[in-house]
Design a protein around this ligand. Structure first.
Ligand code: MEV
Length: 439
């Protein structure tokens, strides 16, 4: 039975573990051993990880894989990917190689604007609010100067602040809708600090504004926060080649391209398919976002919101054949950083960024978009030709064998056996049982 506890966060790490294992596990020694097995021997490194979050009891490993041969705007990259799902890295590598031989990926950053809001309530006349806003607008900039001056020196800062009325949707609800350029930083702290300063300026100036009645002076700030919806922080990735160049073993290029385009069109009009199609894109995107120390939840939320921009959830990628040329592309919003946050703290993140030639945030946007497009290409290629299970199960074989604690010899025998046999979970289980009963 679960118990509640007060003061848990104040306990030492070992006391926290004692409480957890005594409360939840019958075999306390075993639970403790497993938790400690994942600690790093290097105490400083362990402390670094302990301090990333709160109440840390151990580390949760994800494999870090690499996908080489990505040719992006004529420059070669090996892309680091942190992900638990088998076959994603293999698919990325295959797609990279495929397109390396056909001109590679072409990418372009379309825009880099980030957005944040002060959400507030105002009970009064909108025209008066607008006049007030226009009169104090320069103060938003001047009073945030101590926060913005360094960013401005580097060429970024506050781009604009607008007053927006939302009263048609919610009584008395207005926003300061602010736009920012945060350069190589993801910018969450910068934006939120600016917004909180805007909120202070707004409230203080309202109290002192002579044009307001007593009621109007009482502006109520509900919250100040950046938005993870960044439709103006947009990057485009594309591949294209003559349809004939798509001819592969047993597959005619034209037939392949036509079926591929059809598969994308289905994801454009059918939400059930679009969600899975986009999930495949996110397999690539999240893995690189994680490996480079960025916030994959923010990216996920922003990208999926963007997928609904037409009013219905739809495919993020598009494809066409025109004058014998196949093109496949995607435009997605990606607010990424290559400085600040984990990027300067996590040794593996530093390594990942070095592997990517120390990219700027703009370069990272392009690399991440390519990883998404490549993943989508690989998935659609399998789905429209052999079916997904052939490759997927092959990669999954090791997971099943590990589940059964197969020895190296058993792994070798069974990997060979399944080169010529249809691979399903139950077939692998019977094969292990057979092998063991014959020994
Ligand atoms: C599996 O993680 C991703 C796919 O389902 C994507 C897709 O269907 O396009 C293979």
């Amino acid at each position: 039975m679960s118990k509640s506890i007060s003061g848990f966060s104040k306990l030492s790490k070992s006391k926290k573990i004692d409480w957890i294992v005594n409360t939840y596990f019958s075999n306390t020694d075993d639970a403790k051993r497993i938790l400690k097995q994942y600690w790093n021997n290097d105490e400083k490194l362990q402390q670094l990880h302990d301090e990333f979050i709160e109440n840390t009891i151990t580390n949760y490993y994800l494999p870090l894989g690499v996908a080489p041969n990505f040719l992006i705007n004529n420059k070669l990259y090996t892309i680091p990917m942190a992900i638990e799902e088998s076959s994603v890295v293999a698919a990325a590598s295959k797609a990279a190689k495929f397109w390396m031989d056909r001109g590679g990926f072409k990418t372009k950053v379309i825009s880099t604007t980030k957005i944040g809001h002060v959400h507030f309530l105002f009970r009064g006349n909108f025209d008066k609010l607008k006049t007030f806003f226009d009169s104090i607008k320069p103060k938003f900039y001047s009073e945030a100067k101590s926060i913005t001056q360094n960013m401005e020196k580097r060429g970024g800062g506050i781009l604009d602040i607008e007053l927006r009325s939302k009263t048609e949707e919610l009584n008395n609800y207005y926003q300061l809708h602010a736009k920012f350029e945060t350069l190589d930083a993801m910018g969450a702290n910068f934006i939120n600090s600016c917004l909180e300063q805007f909120a202070k300026t707004l409230k203080t100036e309202a109290l002192n504004y002579e044009g307001f009645t007593q009621d109007e002076k009482q502006i109520e700030v509900v919250m100040s926060i950046l938005s993870n919806y960044v439709p103006d922080c947009l990057v485009r990735a594309e591949v294209s080649c003559k349809v004939d160049e798509l001819t592969q073993k047993n597959i005619d290029g034209k037939a392949f391209a036509e079926k591929f385009v059809q598969a994308v069109k289905i994801a454009e009009i059918e939400t059930y398919r679009a969600v899975t199609h986009n999930k495949g894109i996110m397999n690539g995107i999240d893995a690189v976002v994680l490996a480079t120390g960025n916030d994959f939840r923010a990216i996920e939320a922003g990208v999926h919101a963007y997928a609904t921009k037409s009013g219905a959830y739809s495919s993020l990628s598009h494809a066409k054949i025109e004058n014998g040329v196949f093109s496949f592309w995607m435009e997605i919003p990606l607010a990424l950083g290559t400085v600040g946050g984990l990027t300067g703290l996590h040794p593996l993140v530093k390594l990942a960024l070095e592997m990517l030639h120390h990219p700027s945030a703009k370069e990272l946007m392009q690399i991440v978009a390519v990883a998404g497009l490549a993943q989508n290409f690989a998935a659609l290629r399998s789905l429209t030709t052999t079916g997904i299970q052939q490759g997927h199960m092959k990669m999954h074989l090791m997971n099943i064998l590990n589940q059964f604690e197969a020895t190296e010899t058993e792994k070798n025998i069974l990997s060979k056996q399944f080169e010529n046999q249809t691979l399903t979970h139950s077939a692998v289980v019977s094969a292990i049982e057979n092998l063991r009963s014959n020994n």
